[in-house]
Design a binder for this molecule. Sequence first.
Ligand SMILES: Cc1ncc(COP(=O)(O)O)c(C=O)c1O
Length: 442
Amino acid sequence: MTTKKRSKPAAKLALLGGAPVGKVVYPAYPQFSKRALERAAGVLRDGKVIGLSKKHSPEVAEAEEALSRYHGGRHVLATASGHAALVSGLAGLDIATGDEVITTPYTWGASISCLLHQNAVPVFVDVKRDTGLIDPDLIEAAITPRTKGILAVHLYGQPANLKRLRAIADKHGLALIEDGSQAHGAESAGQRVGTVGDAAGFSCMGGKVLATTEAGYLVTPHERVYWKGAMVGQHMGRWGDPGFPADLRPYVDSLIDTYRVTPLNAVLLTEQLGLLDGRLERRRFHAALLRKKISSAKFVRMPDYGKDKPSFHMVTMTFNPEAAGITRDTFAAALKAEGLHAYGYVPSPVPDWRRLQWQGYKGPAVPWLASLKQARTDYRGMALPNCRWRVANAIETHFDFIDKDCSKSIGRIAEIILKVEANIGALRDHERVNGSASPALR
Ligand SMILES: Cc1ncc(COP(=O)(O)O)c(C=O)c1O
């Protein structure tokens, strides 16, 4: 006689009154080595806290040289933030008032505010559904005689398609700008981010893959972009930095945005960079483990990266609401109740944001609206179907698993996802009665 195996009933969801799986435990973040802390204390003890230029601060020079080696010998300017690095890069490329730059509507606002602060005009094209990265197929149709550049964002540490983007930029004589703020060390088809664009900005604030306290850096293959970029944020040249171009000297003054890095963060940059590759290996190992553990999931999936190597600042997944029969927000609320902080990182397409819409604007004064009005932009209600789909259906979670073995935490994330999936029927009933949960935002 054969006995029919009955599947175990799924444990009740915490959202519906059951016991939660338990909070996902994350390593402390950021982590600084003993040596980094000692060096940072030394900078303070010795009062070497001003980072006016490479010449005046050996700590700044050391960080820039180390970062330059990491980026294939390109020029590197350490800055106070990722925003500062991006603005410096754009200024270095002479991208300013009225210049159009084709970019993504699905990002952190600072990818776009760098353009706005230069009075440049963002031109938004849609993204790929699976990753949320700019769709190279849509770029050429958006090029006009005023287009000066393409700004791609390596969001969540996923590398944008650099080979395609470089080819499009070269074909049309445009600058390629990379926002690598979330993607230190990521690789697109063997090319490290920051080594392909004409300028790349990276954020090194405390939550990033290369974390200091607040800092950033610009990478560029063009020496002149480096010097012009440096002029935006620090009165370099005034103290006779070696190599400063003579023809730029008449324009050196203190009409600057203060974007200089402190030597305190410069030593953190150097020391954290030394640990980056090992930490990236652990992020990738843990991401691969998660992918394997949730391979049986029906409603959520991680993008397929092929041979690309993301840096996994965050993990992004897409949710299939048709198959699941509930919204992402209800699903994410159930994940959260079990112990996983899951959310949609981008709350709405950037062009929807009021501070980009000059028509009838009544908010606090912002310096870029006159340029947008002059360019007759109209960002209201742009279609952007894939971007809007992702805003509704992406699930992100942060992923700073840089300790050697975080497999227990990864196992818990997978257990939570699979438990919620196993209870999808109960969640459908719950949503039918109570409506969708409120938006699962960060
Ligand atoms: C994609 C992206 N671009 C730019 C920035 C700006 O960096 P920062 O905060 O260091 O100015 C960030 C930081 O949060 C970011 O995530």
